[in-house]
Design a protein around this ligand. Structure first.
Ligand SMILES: *[C@@H]1O[C@H](CO)[C@@H](O)[C@H](O)[C@H]1NC(C)=O
Length: 971
């Protein structure tokens, strides 16, 4: 939530008039950021010099040392600009072919921040045991890959790192000579010249040259080297200039994706060049951007420096593990090549090159580095009802009752900041929430949950135990002096922030969430294990800070400046909160924590939402693209606020927004405190019934979503997938981002995000039949792709099942998802044009970690044609794939009769719907069993080329058990 607009309503802010003047231009453009300006100026000089431009950086061949395992090579690098400054370069080849490129200043005046990757990586990567570096006269090389077709080449002079496949350049570092690591220096010119003068004779002249060269390469002045002012804030920059500029080119890839979070197209529009839509580079600097634009390269709340570069031949990726503010220019010199230029304020160079060559492999390579999303609690895939604010415990009860009266499913009720007395999180306002435990128990009576906000700003008053304890422990972020406590303004008035980089904060923070009394201070006894947590404002948002965040010269644990760790900061907060929720009770349970700020690795344990969007059609549309882009960078449990945070959407817009919401991994409605109430039960007819159906559709499809989460937990493949991921060879799909697929299920969706639409065009990418989910009308793709026009009136969502898919659903309306645990399944068997189909179903208890011990069900459904019969069977996938089962955990053995299977052993398949059979069957039987009840409606067969309503076979109650092997034979 949040923005300047509402400040007027808050008494705390009257004490702080500056906050009232907040507006969008309170954020820097590149031209207002010293190091970005310097980076762009470097690029401009290179462009001007054209062919005569040469990178001053070179590798010293005499320094090359190859590790005994031969997978790591180290060498010295120097810059002809500053011959006395030393840099160290290291390249490591991992066992999956990922190449890590590290460069740092050696024996510098100070130390560059080098811990970003440590926070992001899930484990220390394993080095290759088979790949060897060899040092030649002009370069270092390693050749690898199954077909020995991948080459990594490090050219000495100028320094250049190139990844090639089949002799074709895939990724090039410093190919354009924009590499520049600003070394640490002393502030005054005088000191520098004295230092140099005391050196041996002859050096004096060289220094003069150095000065000249610097004037040319680094620009003509010390542009904001030592101090920087923005609006009324001054950044003291005690370490001076330390930025890092690096160009990364993809000479054979014409589309790039990723680097969330930005409100823009999935295929990233250019920022430089003649018709670049954006004038500023993409910025990664976690910020609470007030009323953000629906199309912009501006920073938002989270940053993941991961980029995919794609062409019909190959996909490659880079992960640039940097935690400081970073700007990225993108240009497309040709339709088939991409230039990018990364400019970071501080930190070492630590870049991972992901060789692909398919999107799937990129996801797996990135997941091996930073992890996948652990299976979330199952209920968190249900519908979340939020508002700033449900004002009392009775308000919560009334809202719950209204959902039940209207037969609308919902799983979670949320409380925003007003539950807390004076915004002291954990401390309930006893006037409005006198009975928090009882209220939560009432909500939990049918398995529902609550999510309550805990923000990172701590009200600075000794009567607030969280602040008092943190202050006594000296674990708060410090001001630039390095002494005492940094103080800023937020919801709670004068506030301080826990330094989660300080390990002393970890166990302490975890202990605060215990629901029982503890010996060491406060614990949240006024809560239950049915309360989960929302971490907002964790960029951190600070109303009187520069760009509404923490001053960059504030000091964290280890003496690091906030500038070094800013983009990582939010992740540590939600990560520690999630650990707290996981371990607060006797039995560890899966936490649900929603975060606004995030970094590479955040995906492991938290969900995110796209922040304070506006109730406009543009925001609705861009929310889909943002969720897709987050998935590209691993942060797949994502969604945008349904309805838009600001504004009062008319019923049409609200309905369309629910249609978008049910097709997002995270599905929450939320609203600003100044908006009218807009819970779905408040709608008039026919809108109310339309929304009820939409909510029910989400619940019907929960098995499909949960199964997609399982797959993500092992492979890193996103839950919602854009076209280029599904059909990487089809160029038409490379820029498509308004329709997408759900996991591997075969569902294709195109939500409507425009006003007064009655039909729309959908792109079908391949030569396959696509069935309308609701009407069973069969549309045809073609090998060149095909556009079809489909109905899309207000109650209609364009949803298709790709031929060849089997979808498990649960069709009985329930008030909450836990009530569905023993419900029977329906299988939709959507035959491909060759009469086959396949699908998966994953189930477990949805709450504990027993699935990691193998208490789960993972089934495969297959439909296979043979002479005049179609056989639909169910078999156990978990027994066959113990290492691929779930959460990346290796199951020692899988017991098909495990405790969870026993718990649901009565759950059956109550209906099978087969789409696209060619003929009316003569008989439909469970294999070796009796004839079943069935009904056949003639229609277009899957094998046909023509469009029309497909044939449908309804098989009623075959009485097969979902956890068992079985087969149904249609002949
Ligand atoms: C985003 O994509 C759409 C559709 O291709 C295009 O019309 C629009 O110009 C793009 N936006 C930007 C900022 O390039």
């Amino acid at each position: 939530m949040r923005s300047g607009v509402i400040f007027g309503v808050l008494a705390a802010l009257l004490a702080f008039p500056d906050a009232l003047a907040l507006k969008a231009n309170d954020f820097k453009t590149c031209s207002k950021s010293g190091f970005c300006r310097r980076g762009r100026a470097l690029s401009a000089r290179a462009q001007e010099a054209q062919a005569s431009w040469k990178s001053p950086y070179s590798l010293d061949p005499s320094s090359v040392s190859i590790s005994p395992d031969e997978a790591t090579v180290k060498a010295s690098v120097k810059s002809s600009l500053y011959p006395d400054i030393k840099f160290g370069l290291e390249l490591r080849i991992h066992d999956d072919g990922v190449v890590r490129v590290i460069m740092d200043e050696v024996d510098g005046l100070r130390k560059r921040y080098n811990e970003a990757a440590e926070w992001a990586l899930v484990a220390e990567p394993k080095m290759s045991k088979t790949i060897s570096w060899t040092a030649g006269k002009k370069d270092l090389r390693a050749v690898y890959g199954e077909k020995k077709n991948i080459q990594i080449v490090v050219s000495y002079d100028p320094l250049r790192v190139t990844l090639l496949r089949n002799g074709k350049e895939q990724i090039v570092l410093n190919g354009r000579g924009l590499l520049h690591m600003e070394h640490f220096r002393s502030k005054t010119v005088k000191e520098t010249s004295e230092e140099v003068a005391s050196d041996s004779s002859g050096e004096g002249q060289e220094v003069l040259q150095v000065e000249n060269v610097r004037a040319w390469f680094e620009g003509e002045s010390e542009d904001d080297w030592w101090e920087e002012t923005f609006s009324s804030w001054t950044d003291s920059k005690p370490k001076g200039p330390e930025s890092l500029s690096l160009d990364i080119s993809f000479p054979n890839h014409g589309n790039v994706y990723g680097i969330p979070q930005h409100a823009t197209n999935l295929s990233l529009p250019s920022t430089t060049g003649d018709d670049a839509p954006y004038s500023d580079p993409y910025r990664l600097y976690n910020a609470d951007v007030f009323e953000y634009l629906a199309s912009s390269s501006m920073s938002l709340y989270g940053s993941i420096p991961v980029m995919h570069a794609h062409s019909a031949d190959s996909t490659v990726g880079v992960f640039n593990a940097v935690g400081s503010e970073t700007w990225i220019d993108i240009s497309y010199p040709t339709k088939k090549s991409t230039h990018t230029h990364w400019i970071s304020e501080s930190g070492i160079m630590d870049v991972f090159l992901l060789p692909g060559p398919t999107p799937e492999q990129i996801f797996t390579q990135y997941a091996r580095l930073t992890g996948t999303t652990a299976l979330p609690p199952h209920w968190s895939l249900g519908y979340h009802q939020c508002r700033w604010n449900y004002v009392s415990s009775d308000d919560v009860r009334t809202v719950q009752r209204r959902f039940d009266e209207e037969d609308m499913p919902v799983d979670v009720f949320w409380l925003d900041i007003e539950y807390a007395e004076d915004h002291k999180y954990f401390i309930w306002d006893s006037k409005t929430f006198p009975d928090p435990v009882k209220m939560t128990d009432d909500v939990a009576a049918i398995g529902r949950k609550m999510v309550v906000i805990v923000d990172p700003h701590l009200k600075r008053t000794d009567s607030y135990p969280i602040y008092k304890e943190a202050s006594d422990m000296d674990i708060l972020v410090k001001p630039k002096s390095g002494e005492g406590e940094y103080e800023g303004w937020c919801w709670s008035g004068s506030s301080s922030w826990i330094d989660h980089f300080n390990p002393a904060s970890w166990d302490w923070w975890i202990s605060k969430f215990k629901t029982n009394k503890i010996d060491t201070g406060f614990s949240w006894t006024q809560s239950t294990e049915d309360i989960h947590i929302w971490n907002d404002m964790n960029e951190p948002s600070i109303f009187n800070g520069p760009e509404i965040t923490m001053p960059k010269d504030s000091i964290h644990y280890g003496g690091w400046e906030h500038r070094d760790v800013h983009n990582i900061n939010g992740m540590l907060f939600h990560d520690n909160t999630a650990q707290a929720i996981r371990f607060r009770g006797d039995v560890p349970k899966r936490p649900f924590v929603l975060t606004r700020s995030f970094y590479a690795g955040s995906q492991r344990i938290s969900a995110m939402w796209t922040g304070d969007n506006l109730g406009t059609w543009e925001h609705m549309a861009v929310g889909i693209k943002m969720v897709l882009a987050n998935g590209i960078a691993g942060m797949t449990f994502a969604g945008a606020d349904v309805g838009g945070f600001f504004g009062n959407p008319e019923p049409e817009m609200l309905i369309r927004w629910y249609q978008v919401g049910i097709f997002s991994p995270f599905f929450r409605a939320h609203a600003h405190i100044d908006t009218k109430r807009r819970e779905p039960f408040l709608l008039e007819e026919p809108y109310k019934s339309i929304v009820r159906d939409i909510l029910r559709l989400r619940y019907t499809m929960l098995p499909i979503w949960y199964t997609a989460f399982r797959e993500n937990s092992v492979t890193g493949l996103p839950i919602v997938r854009p076209h280029y991921v599904m059909f990487p060879k089809d160029p038409v799909g490379f820029a498509i981002d308004d329709q997408f697929f759900i996991g591997s299920s075969g569902i294709l969706v195109k939500p409507i995000t425009e006003k007064e639409i009655t039909e729309t065009t959908v792109y079908l990418p391949d030569d396959q039949v696509y069935y309308d989910y609701f009407t069973h009308y069969a549309y045809r793709g073609s090998s060149q792709g095909n556009y079809v026009t489909v109905r899309a009136e207000l109650h209609q969502i364009p949803v298709f099942i790709r031929g060849g898919s089997i979808l498990p659903t649960r069709e009985r309306p329930r008030r909450s998802s836990p009530l569905m645990k023993h419900d029977p399944f329906t299988l939709r068997v959507a035959l491909s044009k060759s009469g086959t189909a396949r699908g998966e179903l994953y189930l477990d208890d949805g709450v504990t970690y027993s699935h990691q011990q193998g208490e789960l069900v993972w089934r495969e459904f297959v439909a296979e044609p043979s002479a005049k019969t179609t056989r639909i069977s169910s078999k156990d996938l978990a027994s066959a794939n113990p290492s691929q089962t779930v959460d990346g955990v290796m199951l020692e053995t899988y017991n098909p009769k495990n405790a969870f299977v026993k718990e649901i052993e009565e759950v059956r398949v109550e209906k099978v719907v087969v789409l696209g059979l060619s003929n009316k069957p003569k008989s439909v039987k469970v294999e070796n069993g009796a004839e079943l009840y069935w009904e056949y409606i003639p229609g277009v067969p899957a094998s046909d080329k023509k469009e029309g309503t497909s044939s449908v076979l309804h098989i009623k109650d075959p009485k097969v058990i979902v956890t068992e092997d079985w087969a149904i034979v249609i002949s």
